[in-house]
Design a protein around this ligand. Structure first.
Ligand SMILES: *Cc1c(COP(=O)(O)O)cnc(C)c1O
Length: 224
């Protein structure tokens, strides 16, 4: 099936409340344009330079999501246009995003990335770190970032119960933060689910799925 056929089929099967981020990392701009011409406007990238190049060349009404691990010294390259940063995993990074937001006079939307997987290599906060951060004075002074939700990646495994458990834990973190710290309506997103596990993620409460290979086909390098 073509990119546009994949996209239309997947969209027709997603619940209306679940947003689809088409993960276009490593894929050429022509692939993105095929999805764009089929009506899709939300794309995700995980490398700063690649994102900047694509932003510069492609239509300006695209919402660009940064889904990778963001290095502090690279925030400045995407701060003027990025729609949502999914992988915020330190106070240091949040402060830098705030600083660059101030420079560009825009509030930058972010998700707090939680470590929910069994695997060591994945980035993200542990629960206690986030609660400490949200309770702190440093956080309250950040006027140019808005935390609109949480993000996480499940373990890469065939064990559905394991995956479900991890997604459910992310949903619980979200609910607890919403109750105790970020009670405003804008705190509303749970970004979880990739091509292999998005159906489980939706059943466990995802509001945003990040799909790459199921739309664009396999990539010719490893997942991260
Ligand atoms: C690559 C990537 C995806 C998409 O992965 P697929 O398995 O191709 O759907 C989603 N989220 C993140 C953070 C990624 O790096």
């Amino acid at each position: 099936m073509s990119i546009s056929e994949n996209l239309i089929k997947i969209k027709s099967e997603l619940p209306a409340a679940v947003k689809l981020i088409a993960v276009s990392k490593t894929k050429p701009e022509s692939d993105i344009m095929e999805a764009y011409n089929a009506g899709h406007k939300f794309f995700g990238e995980n490398k700063v330079q690649e994102l900047v190049d694509k932003y510069e060349h492609l239509p300006k009404d695209i919402d660009w999501h940064f889904i990778g691990h963001l290095q502090t010294n690279k925030v400045k390259y995407i701060a003027s246009f990025v729609h949502l940063i999914h992988g915020v995993d330190s106070l240091k990074l949040l402060k830098e995003i705030n600083k660059q937001g101030a420079k560009n006079n825009r509030v930058i939307k972010c998700l707090l990335q939680f470590h929910i997987a069994n695997e060591k290599a994945k980035f993200g906060f542990y629960k206690d770190e986030v609660f400490e951060l949200l309770a702190g004075e440093d956080f309250k002074s950040l006027k140019f970032v808005q935390i609109v939700g949480v993000m996480g990646m499940a373990t890469y495994t065939d064990d559905e119960n394991q995956i479900r458990k991890e997604f459910a834990s992310l949903k619980n973190y979200f609910l607890e933060i919403k109750k105790r710290f970020l009670t405003e309506p804008y705190f509303s997103e749970i970004s979880m689910g990739m091509s292999a596990d998005y159906k489980l993620a939706i059943e466990e409460g995802s509001t945003m799925v990040r799909l790459g290979s199921s739309i664009f086909g396999i990539r010719f390098y490893s997942k991260f």
